[in-house]
Design a protein around this ligand. Structure first.
Ligand code: AFP
Length: 338
């Protein structure tokens, strides 16, 4: 008989056991809450138009992006899973203008959660990869309700980070600061099963991901690096590069975890003042933790992403260069030479 394997629930309980009596079980409960939200979203994403979840709404989020129906549904599912069980004290989401504290009477937990409930949602209507990204921080012990300042913790303070990719199969990829493990959702039993233990990013690569339609706006070091990649064997990098663009960071980072590569969303002329395009608290930091835990590197071009001091805006933006360690270092040498 084929063995069931290690489920995400039993993996998380085992991690808790390793902490002995230091663990109260809240963290285990919190990860289970997030898992339930992701399973519910996976179910709807898989059904697509049959579940009536395609298309846009008339509303915009704090960044001015038109919200897709599924953005709002996924956001509600995360909130619902996190606000009822006493593991979470507050949330910050791409789809909420301000941080969210718990309604009166709900039990407060020890953790703050930031999330992008449906990353790459413009892929929803064309049946391509989308995902959820989340980061777990400690809540202040001395307050009933956290404030935006309590979320302003650098990425190095994250307790856990993960993403759920809704692709041909749904996968949860998780780090609690002790390596990275990937779990595939078995739809017949409704459980994530450990299929990708100890994920490691190859240090070298010849594959990059960047939205080339922004090329004329990029800063000079990125322009030069991509120009050199595109010269192939004849250029200064001496090898032929391949390019990919999923338009969902979850898809890009998953590919990089599986076979290496670099993903860039650099500062460009249009977003210099706001600091970039991607968001620090629920895109840059959690993905940086996962990438570093898998042996890769994650930098802004000017320093480690996880060392950026947040400014208190839950939607703060950050430039992103992450993936295979040696290639990220190569890109940083272009910055250093600029
Ligand atoms: P959406 O969630 O609004 O689709 O944005 C996705 C994203 O934040 C990130 O996941 C992608 O890498 C990036 O934006 C894609 O941006 P463009 O293709 O528009 O440059």
């Amino acid at each position: 008989m084929k063995k069931l394997g290690i489920t995400l629930s039993s993996f998380i309980i085992d991690e808790q056991r390793k902490l002995g009596n230091k663990a109260s079980g809240q963290f285990t409960g919190l990860l289970n809450d997030i898992t339930i939200a992701c399973k519910s979203i996976a179910n709807l994403v898989n059904q697509g138009d049959l579940a009536g979840v395609l298309g846009a709404t008339k509303s915009e989020n704090a960044m001015g992006d038109v919200q897709k129906k599924m953005d709002l549904i996924a956001n509600d599912l995360f909130i619902d899973a996190l606000e009822n069980n006493g593991h979470c004290a507050g949330m910050a989401s791409e789809e909420l203008d301000e941080i969210l504290t718990l309604p009166e009477g709900k039990p407060r937990g020890k953790y703050l959660v930031t999330f992008d409930p449906l990353d790459g949602s413009s892929n929803m209507d064309i049946n391509m990869d989308v995902g959820a990204i989340f980061s777990v921080l400690r809540a202040p012990a001395d307050k009933e309700n956290p404030t935006a300042e309590d979320f302003a913790q650098p990425g190095t303070e994250q307790v856990a980070a993960g993403y759920c990719l809704y692709g041909p199969s749904s996968m949860m990829v998780l780090t609690t600061g002790n390596g990275v493990n990937g779990f595939t959702l078995c739809s017949s039993i409704g459980e994530f099963i450990l299929t990708h233990p100890h994920m490691e990013i190859p240090s070298d690569t010849s594959e990059y991901a960047i939205n080339s339609s922004n090329q004329r706006f990029w800063e000079a070091p990125v322009q030069k690096y991509i120009e050199d990649c595109n010269q192939g064997e004849e250029g200064p990098l001496g090898k032929r590069y391949n390019m990919r663009w999923v338009a969902a960071m979850v898809g890009e980072i998953h590919r990089i975890l599986c076979r290496g590569g670099v993903f860039l969303y650099p500062i460009d002329e249009r977003n210099r003042e706001v600091g970039g395009k991607l968001r620090l608290l629920y895109e840059g930091n959690p993905m940086a933790m996962i990438v570093e835990q898998a042996g890769g590197a994650a930098n802004t071009g000017y320093g480690r992403i996880m060392e950026v001091q947040p400014n208190g805006d839950p939607h703060q933006r950050v430039p992103v260069i992450m993936g295979s360690k040696n290639e990220v270092e190569k890109i940083l040498s272009y910055h250093a030479a600029d």
